[in-house]
Ligand binder design. Sequence first.
Ligand code: NAP
Length: 262
Amino acid sequence: MDNKKVILITGGSSGIGLSIAEKLTGQNYKVISVSRNQEKIERAVKEKPQLKNKVDFIPGDVSSQESIGKLFSYIQNQYGVLHGLINSAGIISIGTLETLSPADWQMMLNVNLTGPFLMAKTMLPLLKKANGASVINISSIAGLRPGTSIGYSVSKAGLDMLTRFLVADLGPYNIRVNSINPGLVKTHLHFDNNIFTSREDYDKMIEGARVRHPLKRVGEPVDIANMVNFLISDEASWISGAIIPLAGGVTEENGFLPPKRM
Ligand SMILES: NC(=O)c1ccc[n+]([C@@H]2O[C@H](COP(=O)([O-])OP(=O)(O)OC[C@H]3O[C@@H](n4cnc5c(N)ncnc54)[C@H](OP(=O)(O)O)[C@@H]3O)[C@@H](O)[C@H]2O)c1
């Protein structure tokens, strides 16, 4: 085995996670991705064929301790160490207190919040071995203010607190923990979770959001991947506990624009 740093990305088969995988393999990291559906892995390899033999696409579910245990054994046996854990796997169901089902609420908490907790807890022995590992949680600006889904916002607000908590727990092992909180990014998220079923409606929503952004564009997955690439590097070795809104000029001061037509 060569000396590449080993990075685990959850949800590396799509959207932001896939872009992070592309960025990091290009920077000479060894990337492992965990996700559930084989079809999405095939879609990823079709979108980015250069990643086919560069990323270990491992099937697994971040909300299942059994699944994470198997993943731990795989990484332990293949690489024996983990330099980075990027929790990007996430799901969304839109709804308010009155409209969101308890099942959808629970699913979002399981995947978006319990997943990163279980992942960090299980992978800790491998992260400790890196002597300088980095954990990055892909949260959302929806965790910083109420968004379009009560369950999603609560899960992401919880994830930010997990970040803040782990800073103190893992600092003594020289493990840094940070959160990136993206605004609206063009990925498969809204289609794969049935928020939109028609391309026309989705494009309308994106255009409505675009013009409300100070920078007049919504995010691309690579905007997030670029920040991950910095945060995971030695150049960020004194950054831990940062909660970083990454949203094209959408800030707390301007009330985290968009919606209007979302
Ligand atoms: N797109 C946005 O506007 C936006 C904005 C703010 C924050 N975010 C956050 O960014 C992260 C990535 O989202 P995205 O937009 O890139 O969405 P995406 O394109 O739908 O990708 C989500 C990824 O997560 C995986 N995943 C979902 N549930 C999983 C589970 N239980 N176990 C393992 N993998 C699972 C999916 O694969 P499988 O379904 O095959 O498992 C897929 O690879 C999410 O945490 C999301 O909340 C997105």
